[in-house]
Design a protein around this ligand. Sequence first.
Ligand SMILES: Cc1ncc(COP(=O)(O)O)c(C=O)c1O
Length: 484
Amino acid sequence: MGVETGTNSGPELLIALDRGARAPLRAQLEDGLREAVRSRRLAPGSRLPATRALAGDLGVSRRLVVDAYAQLLAEGYLSARGGSGTFVAGAASGAAAAERVPELPALQFDFFPGNPDLASFPRRRWLRVLRETLREVPDRALGYPDPRGAPQLRTAIAEHLRRVRGVVAEPDAIVICAGAAQAFALLAQAIPGERLAVEDPCLPVHRTILAANGALPVGVPVDEQGFSVSELAALERGSGRIAAALVTPAHQSPTGVALAPARRAELLAWAAEDGRFVIEDDYDAEYRYDRAPLGAMQGLAPELVVYTGTISKTLAPALRVGWMVLPARLVDRVAELKMLADHGSATLDQLALARLLESGAYDSHLRAARRRYRARRDALARALHTHIPGTRVEGVAAGLHAIARLPAPVPGLAVMRAAAARSVGVYPVGYGYVEVRDVDDRFVLGYANLAEPAIDEGIRRFAEALAEVEAGPPPTNDGGAIAR
Ligand SMILES: Cc1ncc(COP(=O)(O)O)c(C=O)c1O
C-alpha cells in the first residue's frame, strides 16, 4: 500500500504520504502540514500530535517529523510553547495568554490602555447632534444604509483626515466600519494571500481577529525604531510571500516607539515591489505631546496603504465606529464584504458623528482632551519615579499609554495578580508577544481614564505589589519561552 494516513495517539491528524511519489517524505509531510494549517483543518491554537506518535503512525523516523516541525516553526506556521508541545500559530498564543490571564474584577485603579477618559465623553453634545439628526433626517435615510457608510460621514472624515493627518482621502475610498477591529476582520478576508505580518509584540486580540477571518498572522520583531522591515524580508526569504503588514507607525502598540522615517520608506518599497499592502493602524495619533507631528504613511503612498482610524480613543469604544481609507483596488471588495458582514453600520450614529465633525465640536473636544492627557501622562511619570525608583518611562511622546521599564524583570502574571488584589490593573508587555514572555521588565500603563490623584495612588499600590512578588520565590520562565 503506497499511501498512509492518520494518527493513532494524541490529536487526530490526517496526513497523506505517498511512498511511490518522487517528492521526499519529509517534503510531503511539510506540505501536508502547511495545507492543514492554511485550510484551517488544523485550527489556530490547536495542538499537534507528539512527534513520536506521528512518526509511529506514519511509519517514518521521528527525526523526520522533528525536522518537519522545526521547518514549520521557522516559517511561522507553528509555535512551540515550552515543554507543553507544538501548536498551530496565529491565535495560539493569544488563546494561551487568555487562558492564563485572570478574569479581573472591576478595578478601582485600572491602567487598562484601551480606554480614553470615559467620564469626559461629551454626553450633552452627543445628545444634541443625535437630536438634530433625528429631527432633520428624511424617512428614507432610515432604510437600509449604503454599506460603505453614510455619505455625510465619509465626506466629513475625508476632510478631517486630509487636514489633521495628511491622508489622501476621497469619500469614495472610505468604508465606515465597527471600529478598527472590524476593519482588520474585513481586510483579512479581502487581501489576497494568506500570510499577514503583524508587529511582535502587538495587541493580541488583533492577531486573533485576523486569524479568525482567514489570515495567517506572522510576528515580526519591533525594535527601538519600530517594525523591523529587514526581519520581515528575511522571513519572506526563508518561508515565502507575505501579502500585507499591519503596523502602528505613529505610536507602536504597545511599545510606544514611532516608526523611523527610513523604516517607513523601506516598508513602502517592500509593499510596492510586489503588489503588497501596508495596513496603517492610526489608532491614537490624535495625541501628540512633545514631538514634531508625524503625518500618516498613507499620505506618501495611498495606493499601497490601507489607513484605519477609530473614535475609540477620541470619543468612546462603545460607539464602535471606525473607518478605512482604501486603495482603489480594494474599495469594491471591502464594501461588498462589509455588506455581507452586517449590511452596513448604524446610520444615526454616523450622522451624529458627521455633525460633530462639521460643527468643529470634535476638534475642540480633542484639544481639551490633549491638555488633560498630557497632565495625566506627567502625573504617571512623577508617580513612577516617586514610588518605583529606577523605572524608565518610555513611549510617552504620543498616545494614551506609557511603558514602565522596571529596574529588573519580574513575572508578569504574578505582579498582575498582586496588583489586582489591591484593585490595580497593570498589563505586562510580555503578553503581547506571539511567544508569551512570562518574565519581562515592562508594563503597559494606560493613563487616560484615571485622574491624577488616582494615578499616584494606583502606582503606589503597584509598587507594593512588586515588592510582594519580589519578596517571593525568584521568577522562572515557562519552559524557556523567553528569547531576549
Ligand atoms: C493598537 C490598537 N489599534 C486599534 C484600536 C482601536 O480598536 P477599535 O477601533 O476596534 O476599538 C486599539 C484600541 O485599544 C488599539 O490598541
